[in-house]
Design a binder for this molecule. Sequence first.
Ligand code: URA
Length: 242
Amino acid sequence: MRLNRFLARCGIASRRRSDELIQSGVIRINGEVVDEPGRVVAIGGDQVEYQGRSVVLPDLYEYVLLHKPAGYLVSRGDPEGRPTVYDLVSGLHPGTVPVGRLDMETTGLLLLTDDGDLGYRLLHPRFVVDKHYVAVVGGDPVEEKLDLLRCGIDLDDGPTAPAEIRIDERWGSGFKKRARLSLCIHEGRKRQVRRMLRAVGYPVRELTRVEFAGLRIEGLAEGHYRHLAADEVNRLKSQVGL
Ligand code: URA
């Protein structure tokens, strides 16, 4: 990228003012004063300095991890005026969208980004990204039924891939029997976990996504969000071949 454009993109000055700064000899590249506005900067290679400070390009894309509460739609807007996840995150880039969906009543980890390549790959079945859920179900699950999900089961939109599933806790009695299950699936079909568990006789009462592509929701309170750190973004990208 040409130096004047680079400085403007980094927010140092307008393109024209950047030309003046460069010509006045206050910009260094790799320690040497450079006074040609058209000099090409190797992004990630050259070290550009202004007033003794290193000048770096702001991130092109944003990556936001939201702990979605129940009662929020994963949608840009709602004709019925119900709250959406966009009400929870301020100042998003205009092109930032959720990577996949959670049902209105599902809580947990939702990634939002304007990095279309990454978002596309994280959702594509070819890249087999892990999604971990915790579900509270009605009933008293038996392993034989859960084995059906471990092998893959036929839903109305086709067979599911094998799921990992474990019973963590049981409580209650009679009609109030409940169990907490941990599941890991790789697909992201509509209401998939709810439909899988209902198909084997255990309706979901509560559902939370606790992990997605190695990102965990732990430590982030419901309704809160944070931007991913550079190393988290790099790990996400390397999982999907970027
Ligand atoms: N599976 C579901 O059933 N619902 C979700 O929100 C996510 C996965």
